[in-house]
Write a protein that binds this ligand. Structure first.
Ligand SMILES: Cc1cc2nc3c(=O)[nH]c(=O)nc-3n(C[C@H](O)[C@H](O)[C@H](O)COP(=O)(O)OP(=O)(O)OC[C@H]3O[C@@H](n4cnc5c(N)ncnc54)[C@H](O)[C@@H]3O)c2cc1C
Length: 324
């Protein structure tokens, strides 16, 4: 019997998130021939994003477009999503392993009495069995898990599964009505978005991160300039956040964001295990530290022993010359 895969797509800052296209690819990797892959998009003023999404989704795109859904709020999103999902009867629901996905997925799992595999970084087929790879022990090891039966829910880690390819057609758009629940316990009046620049930190291909070695908020300026030249995002260690040099929205690590960029440049970061938990899966790690014994050098592909205030501006200058 054919099964239905539904990807819950996400919009942030008016843009369809890249991880939603990765989630569509994940659904297609998991689906068998004859299965359907659809998507559900929530938010406000979604016409552009819905038509963009429709180019990647082989099935239908279901849209819940309402001013109340502009920002994620668990109660609102759940009450909007559940009737639509119940009518679609999904065998598998796929979400990005983002702040929203991490919050929403367990609620959906409880509602549908579904199994959940979180933070999936790869999907393999072993004969007829589907194996989902995910990191454990703060990224020190990987495990492979499988579902025994559906319904099932997976969340995919940004930047690990490739983007879905365009289908060459436009999926049918189906608008759904939204009515606000009467007994809301929480209301959002205003949202203040803290970002690390123009590029989303979780999805950035290049991350320039600063630690306590950056010494002040002002000390982050050279890192911001390097990130700008490289088209990357700025991140930080908890040491830098705790010291008040930057906002906690930038924190990478066990209790911060997990990033998997192509290039991670750690500046003045010692390499504590809790920091490595958030960045050790980066493809290339470059460490700049004045202490040659700093543990970060053990996992770095390239290490520069030196003062970051000398090294970072030199790199910025050289990259600027090379890239313009
Ligand atoms: C439960 C728990 C959760 C945690 N979660 C996280 C987390 O999510 N993320 C995280 O990052 N940490 C986390 N930590 C904290 C972690 O243990 C470390 O304390 C923290 O990562 C250290 O930050 P740092 O490397 O910036 O600072 P430090 O360890 O102080 O290192 C600063 C580095 O800068 C170098 N340096 C100094 N000046 C210069 C210079 N001019 N040029 C070049 N290098 C220079 C020094 O040689 C040193 O190696 C957590 C800790 C606990 C207990």
């Amino acid at each position: 019997m054919s099964k239905h895969y539904v990807v819950i797509a996400e919009v942030r800052g008016g843009q369809l998130r890249q991880v939603s296209l990765e989630a569509i690819e994940a659904a297609q990797l998991a689906a068998n021939e004859g299965d359907t892959v659809s998507s559900l998009l929530l938010g406000h003023n979604l016409s552009e994003q819905a038509s963009q999404l429709s180019r990647y989704v082989p099935g239908q795109v279901h849209v819940l477009d309402h001013p109340d859904l502009e920002h994620y709020l668990a109660e609102r999103y759940c009450s909007a999503i559940l009737p639509v999902l119940e009518s679609l009867e999904p065998y598998t629901i796929v979400l990005g392993h983002t702040a929203m996905g991490r919050d929403l997925a367990p609620m959906l799992a409880a509602h549908f009495r579904a199994g959940q595999i979180s933070d999936v970084t790869a999907i393999h087929r072993n004969c007829s069995e589907l194996l989902f790879t995910r990191p454990i022990y703060a990224g020190k090891a990987f495990e492979q898990k499988r579902f025994i039966e559906g319904p099932q829910i997976i969340t995919v880690r940004p930047n690990n599964i490739s983007l879905a390819a365009e289908t060459g057609a436009s999926a049918e758009l189906i608008q759904h009505a939204y009515s606000a629940p009467a007994d809301l316990k929480t209301i959002i009046n205003d949202v203040i978005t803290k970002t690390s620049g123009r590029v989303d930190l979780a999805e950035a291909q290049i991350v320039v991160s600063g630690g306590r070695g950056v010494k002040s908020a002002e000390g982050f300026k050279p890192l911001e300039q390097l990130a700008e030249v490289l088209g990357g995002a700025v991140g930080a260690s908890r040491g830098a956040c705790d010291a008040g040099y930057c906002d906690y929205a930038l924190q990478i690590g066990q209790t911060g964001k997990v990033v998997t960029p192509q290039v991670y440049i750690a500046c003045g970061i010692s390499g504590a295990i809790q920091h490595l938990a958030g960045m050790s899966q980066s493809r290339i790690i470059i460490a700049i530290n004045k202490d040659p014994e700093a543990p970060i050098f053990k996992i770095a592909d390239y290490g520069i022993v030196g003062d970051l205030f000398e090294v970072v501006p030199l790199l910025t200058e050289q990259f600027r010359k090379a890239l313009t």
